[in-house]
Design a protein around this ligand. Structure first.
Ligand SMILES: Nc1ncnc2c1ncn2[C@@H]1O[C@H](COP(=O)(O)OP(=O)(O)OP(=O)(O)O)[C@@H](O)[C@H]1O
Ligand SMILES: Cc1ncc(COP(=O)(O)O)c(N)n1
Length: 268
């Protein structure tokens, strides 16, 4: 049996909707063996983030080494990285182990506004990690921070994608979840030559906790199987659409998406 493996380097969400939990559930649903290197533990639920506890840099490094020296990974995803020190150490290990299908989800703040990345770490993200990335998946506010530009229109988004590409990323996806003007949720992909658009009906719901993590994890799982970036984004878009649509309705705030919805809809 050909077993595809993916590693997520991210924070834990005790509420199970985002972070490492969302990533592992998504890998599993897409039939990819999931492994993890934890960067931080958060006490979190659908109402917000109650505590953030980063792990020592050595602990992050050791987890990546343990996985890479034995199991190996066909693709890697990064999520919450918290500090410049962790980012630099993760970038070193990615280079050392030649982990070359890398999806960087530049997680900065949780839905309720709690910071998951220190402000001074943005520079490290741009300098050390983005040049190694196969795909970067910012939402609109994250793309604004990374490019130092305001994004209002689709033209602004295209320009931001070009600037991110110029930092050395191979493919840029700027997600449209935060662009709540229209009837549609449109994600834009730029590969340095052309733009592609992935469009779905915008769903009216407050239960979108973890959509970013889940979407990026689905891209990672598909890249692990050897799919092209375009194919991977297409599957990820269908996966997240099903997960938002088939609401679980749990918790008292911004609830998680349904990670097993895609299987019900699309898998034989
Ligand atoms: N209401 C919605 N209806 C349909 N698709 C959505 C909706 N909200 C987000 N999406 C999709 O979910 C994915 C994640 O997008 P989003 O821009 O919300 O990321 P994010 O901000 O990183 O996630 P989060 O808001 O959970 O932090 C994208 O594919 C986006 O198009
Ligand atoms: C540990 C952790 N990592 C990431 C996010 C952001 O999640 P998302 O942007 O997918 O809602 C989160 N809330 N918690």
């Amino acid at each position: 049996m050909n077993v595809y493996k993916a590693l997520t380097i991210a924070g834990s969400d005790s509420g199970g909707g985002a972070g490492i939990q969302a990533d592992l559930k998504t890998f599993q649903e897409l039939e990819v063996f999931g492994m993890s290197a934890l960067t931080a533990v958060t006490a979190q639920n659908t109402l917000g983030v109650q505590g953030v506890y980063p792990l020592p840099v050595e602990a992050v490094v050791q987890q990546i080494e343990s996985v890479s020296t034995d199991l190996g990974a066909d693709a890697v995803k990064t999520g919450m990285l918290f500090s410049a020190e962790i980012i630099q150490a993760v970038a070193e290990k990615i280079k050392q182990f030649q982990l070359n299908r890398l999806v960087v989800d530049p997680v900065m703040v949780a839905k309720g506004g709690a910071p998951l990345l220190q402000q001074e770490a943005v520079h490290a993200l741009k300098t050390y990690l983005l040049p190694l990335a196969t795909v970067v998946t910012p939402n609109i506010p994250e793309a604004e921070v990374l490019t130092n530009r305001t994004i209002r229109t689709l033209d602004d988004r295209r320009e931001a994608a070009k600037r991110l590409y110029d930092l050395g990323v191979q493919h840029v996806v700027i997600k449209g979840g935060h662009d709540d003007d229209g009837e549609e949720a449109v994600d834009l992909l730029y590969d340095g030559h052309e733009f592609s658009y992935f469009t779905s009906k915008r769903i009216e719901t407050m239960h979108t906790h973890g959509t970013g993590c889940t979407f990026a994890a689905a891209i990672t799982a598909e890249l692990a199987k050897g799919r092209t970036v375009k194919e991977a984004v297409e599957t990820a878009k269908a996966f997240i659409q099903a997960a938002i649509e088939d609401e679980l309705g749990i918790g008292h705030g911004h609830g998680p998406t349904n990670h097993w919805a895609y299987r019900k809809t699309f898998v034989r």
